[in-house]
Design a protein around this ligand. Structure first.
Ligand code: LLP
Length: 459
């Protein structure tokens, strides 16, 4: 029993529950969210942004960006921790409403919301709709008039700042699909103000995602505040709000730990630049809003996999390009797990980095250079590009890949008819399903089975 206890404490624990027991109970792969970690982080991020806003004499609303990961329970956690919710589709809106989130605390985004989605949002009493294009001004105004409501709206603009991140994640330079050029803001705001069914509350800008360098946030805020005096003149009143979006980067690997900015530091820098620019421009400091997703939920998630096969590949003399990051290892060990790009598309989409550890046992075997790969039919099906772990990793081992709370379940697919794994929440040693997994039968049921063709009548 003492030996068993010894091995127990070497196993990975998540929210007080043993990783191996979770896999036994719920199967593998498995998304695990640590409830306390998610709630603590949500509160920490909210308090950091609120207190900095307060310091400069205003307030802040922190929206949780549901696209990172949303289900009914998570929406409830966020609401309970004092966050509002940002949704980007009718589906996300439905989840937030089903969770009982106060509609007034929901913001609705999207560069191509359907008329139906707009009508549903207006009728539900959604607090703010973010206008992404000129034609949306008309659509939202019509929907609001039809519902006999005055809809609060923000205008999404591009500050022209090209955030230093993966190109697919930068959203505020000119040559991408979201928002309108900042120079167009006065004209577009005039058009919004001309509609009685709309209440213009301010500008919105989201410069991108997974951003480490804070100067982009600062420059963007400076440019936005810079047009507030002109907007004030047009409106004949102060513009009450400014939404600076989300995008705060987080560390996925220990190498990134030192580069990732503290949310408190971003909050302080943003508050400073807003206060400074408002003073220079002679406008009062607007109420601030933010929309972090990844920074709230990313680090609360871990994915557990089971190893099926391993394959060593000699690097020297193979067609592998000599890569200094391979650290002089002569061999790369491919470790195949029972999931892959269907449960985490981020390495395939953005070359995202993760780390891995063996979760079911301790080992003092010599370290090996490993690449954790999935079970899908492409060689880009990579879960962890490169890590160094004990070389005796073998079939049956449980592997844990951390920081999978954001944009993993939400970007998941059924590629190769692989059912999505469930998401479980762990807290205080207990666990429960918060998003059901899928079964092969459910996937099969989507195929329409053609009625048998009657044999041609030979008579
Ligand atoms: N606000 C708006 C308008 C957004 O478009 C986004 C993210 C956020 C807030 C939240 O950004 P966050 O704080 O989570 O970085 N699938 C990619 C990320 C796409 C981000 C899309 N928009 C990934 O896995 O890295």
């Amino acid at each position: 029993p003492s030996a068993r206890r010894g091995s127990e404490c070497r196993e990975l624990q998540l929210g007080g529950a043993r990783a191996t027991e979770l896999v036994e109970q719920y199967g593998s792969p498995l998304y695990v969210i640590d409830e306390a970690a998610a709630r603590d982080r949500a509160r920490e991020v909210r308090v950091a942004l609120e207190s900095e806003a307060e310091r400069i004499g205003t307030s802040a609303t922190v929206y949780y960006a549901g696209k990172a990961f949303l289900c009914v329970e998570v929406a409830q956690w966020m609401a309970e921790e004092g966050l509002a919710i940002d949704v980007a589709s009718g589906g996300e809106l439905a989840v937030a409403l089903a969770a009982g989130v106060d509609p007034a605390r929901i913001g609705f985004h999207g560069n191509n919301k359907s008329e139906r989605e707009i009508a549903r949002a207006v009728e539900a009493g959604v607090g703010t709709i973010i206008i992404d294009s000129e034609v949306e001004t008309e659509r939202i105004a019509r929907a609001a008039a039809a519902a006999d409501r005055r809809q609060r709206v923000r205008l999404r603009v591009n500050s022209g700042v090209h955030a230093s991140t993966h190109d697919f994640l930068a959203t505020s330079h000119e040559d991408q699909k979201f928002g309108q050029p900042l120079s167009e803001a006065p004209r577009l705001v005039e058009a919004i103000l001309a509609r009685d069914s709309l209440e213009f509350v301010g500008l919105h800008c989201h410069i991108g995602s997974q951003i480490f360098a804070t100067d982009g946030f600062r420059e963007s805020a400076r440019r936005l505040v810079g047009v507030y005096p002109e907007l004030e003149r047009i409106a004949g009143r102060p513009i009450p709000e400014l939404n600076l979006g989300g995008g705060f980067g987080i560390a996925y690997t220990s190498a990134q730990a030192e580069q990732a900015p503290e949310v408190a530091a971003i909050a302080r820098q943003l508050a400073d630049i807003v206060a400074e620019t408002c003073a220079e421009a002679g406008v009062s400091v607007p109420q601030l809003a933010f929309e972090p997703g990844r920074a709230v939920i990313g680090q609360a998630g871990v994915t557990l996999y089971t190893v099926g096969t391993t394959k060593p590949v000699l690097l020297a003399g193979s067609d592998a390009a000599a890569d200094p990051a391979d650290l002089g290892f002569a061999e790369r060990l491919y470790v195949s797990v029972d999931g892959g790009m269907s449960d985490n598309a981020r390495p395939a989409l953005y070359g995202a980095d993760y780390q891995v550890r063996i979760a079911n046992r301790e080992s003092d075997a010599d370290p090996a250079l490993v690449r954790v790969v999935g079970k899908h039919c492409e060689s880009g099906d990579i879960v962890v590009q490169r890590d160094v772990i004990p070389g005796d990793v073998r079939a049956g081992d449980t592997l844990a890949v951390a920081v999978t709370g954001a944009y993993c379940w939400s970007l998941s697919s059924n590629y190769n008819y692989v059912p999505r794994p469930p998401v479980i929440a762990v807290s205080n040693g207990s666990s429960r399903v918060i998003v059901r997994g899928e079964t092969e039968d459910e996937l099969l049921a989507k195929s329409v089975i053609p009625a048998p063709v009657a044999p041609a009548n030979a008579g």
